[in-house]
Design a protein around this ligand. Structure first.
Ligand code: FAD
Length: 475
């Protein structure tokens, strides 16, 4: 089975079968990679989808390599001076890449996992291996998107960008930024049957017609050596969650077997262990959201509907926001009504005012908020319900809504294992700026943005229990 071509964005060259026969310009022009299409290696530049199985980008690259009868190599570049040099995130990502490497080698697929300085190093690699086609996975975020723009000006081999993260490719679901879950839901369900198809098994694809393998497997990833070269900063790694595809799939199995049935009823109680804990695996692409959706729909119990609303509708709505709104992580990206109402109330008196440092250390007057902050700092995963409360209080206790937005994004990206993700930027924009929400009764500071308070939380769950479980500083 070939992959649905609507999942592939062709930046250069043709996608369909037979494209291997077309000749690219053979003369070398400046720094451009000039190769004969179909005659060299296929390179899968892995970025957001860090897995081999249930990965449409890997499958597409493999199918092309098999069709052209050329080797496939997976290239992954760890950026040397990455904007988020946090030990916690690298500690989760690197073992996942080790697993990718092992899995590739069992399939006869080469790997090159390396530290580099961006597109120039990738181009050097493409030249070195004589690449004929570059496949990569799609991400809507600024940095990775600009890499593609830079690359396309400098190479003349085809580049295929595959949406391997969403069940329905983000550009197919809608051609514009959606207003809310209500407006995107119907669009998603209309296309779901077409895209929620069974993944081909990569072992079977390889067994049918093995790609020529590399003589050498390139370098072997050494996690400790990589970490030592990166000058990583706190926050420290966490040990409660095992990274990687295998661990992620067994988390999914546990969730489906033990927790899914009670998900609808218990998911808003932060004292219950009722959430899936899949977000770090999904963020690093160590497991596929499509596979999760398929398995949960196949169970179809009382929790499935509520869970699908989150992992499918809300998650793909976040992707839609970041894909169509270039200011997704800035105050400027908020809906017009949200910005207007917040600006109208930006001079309102704040009873409590905290600096970034005070918030980061979790030393506000509100023990519930401090515990949520502490849960994030120490475990790398704040409960979903508390994330809403947490962000809204930052709005209430900082000088301006712009500052509140900046601080919430900064802390979320730094401490959450699943941070630096479209879901995070959307979550902050929802809580602080009314994105995908409607105007509520007007009040101080918040204007028409939905309000949450301590007493509301108290009515929903045992606040004291949550505080005692998450007061790591006093433990
Ligand atoms: P489960 O409840 O088990 O949900 C399963 C999956 O559904 C999640 O992994 C996620 O992919 C998706 N999902 C659940 N809730 C949402 C939601 N509200 N919006 C979009 N997708 C959702 N999510 C992140 O992945 N990264 C973040 O950095 C992040 N930051 C957030 C910040 C704020 C202020 C808010 C309000 C929400 C944020 N979320 C973020 C969304 C949500 O809180 C988390 O996805 C969820 O808590 C992750 O835990 P889980 O996988 O156990 O969730």
């Amino acid at each position: 089975m070939m992959i649905d071509e609507r999942r592939v964005r062709q930046i250069k060259g043709a996608i369909g079968e037979g494209s291997g026969e077309e000749k690219m310009r053979e003369e070398e022009t400046g720094s451009k990679v000039a190769v004969e299409k179909g005659s060299g290696v296929v390179v899968y530049w892995m970025r957001r989808d860090q897995r081999v199985d249930e990965n449409w980008a890997f499958i597409h690259a493999l199918q092309k390599a098999l069709a052209y009868k050329v080797p496939l190599v997976v290239y992954f570049q760890i950026i040397q001076n990455y904007q988020y040099p946090y030990h916690r995130h690298f500690d989760f990502m690197l073992p996942g890449l080790e697993e990718v490497e092992r899995r590739c080698h069992t399939l006869g697929v080469g790997t090159h996992i390396t530290i580099g300085n961006g597109v120039a190093d990738l181009i050097r690699f493409l030249q070195e291996v004589g690449a004929s086609l570059l496949v990569t996975d799609h991400t809507p975020l600024r940095g990775p998107s600009s890499q593609i723009t830079k690359l396309q000006d400098q190479v003349n081999i085809p580049i295929h960008v595959v949406d391997a993260h969403n069940v329905i490719p983000v550009w197919e679901t809608s051609d514009k930024q959606e207003y809310s879950a209500r407006t995107i839901r119907g669009k998603i369900y209309k296309l779901l049957d077409q895209f929620l198809v069974k993944f081909p098994e990569v072992d079977q694809l390889v067994a049918r017609s093995k790609p020529p393998s590399f003589q050498t497997r390139f370098n072997k990833i050494d996690v400790e050596e990589i970490k030592s070269k990166l000058d990583l900063k706190p926050p420290a790694p966490v040990s409660w969650l095992t990274p990687g595809y295998e661990a992620g799939m067994s988390k999914l199995e546990d969730f489906i077997t033990v927790k899914l049935a009670n998900y609808a009823e218990k998911r808003n109680d932060p004292n219950e262990d009722s959430l899936s804990d899949l977000s770090p695996y999904l963020h690093f692409g160590q497991i596929s959201a499509q596979e999760v959706v398929s398995q949960v729909l196949a169970i179809g119990n009382s929790g499935s509907e509520a869970f699908i609303e989150e992992i499918l509708i809300r998650r793909e709505l976040s992707e839609n926001y970041c894909f169509y709104n270039e200011n997704y992580d800035k105050f400027a990206g908020l809906p017009e009504w949200g910005k207007r109402t917040l600006e109208k109330h930006s001079m309102d008196t704040r009873e409590h005012l905290y600096t970034l440092d005070e918030l980061e250390r979790g030393v506000t007057h509100d023990a519930l908020w401090n515990s949520a902050q502490s849960q994030m700092i120490h475990t790398g995963k704040m409960h979903g319900y508390m994330r809403m409360y947490w962000a809204k209080k930052i709005l209430e206790w900082t000088k301006t809504p712009q500052e509140a937005h900046r601080i919430a994004v900064y802390l979320n990206d730094k401490y959450e294992l699943d941070g630096r993700d479209p879901n995070g930027y959307t979550g902050v924009a929802w809580a602080i700026g009314g994105l995908h929400d409607r105007p509520w009764v007007e009040r101080q500071i918040f204007g028409n943005i939905r309000y949450m308070n301590y007493n509301g939380a108290k009515r929903k769950f045992d606040v004291d229990d949550y505080i005692s479980r998450n007061s790591y500083n006093s433990k």
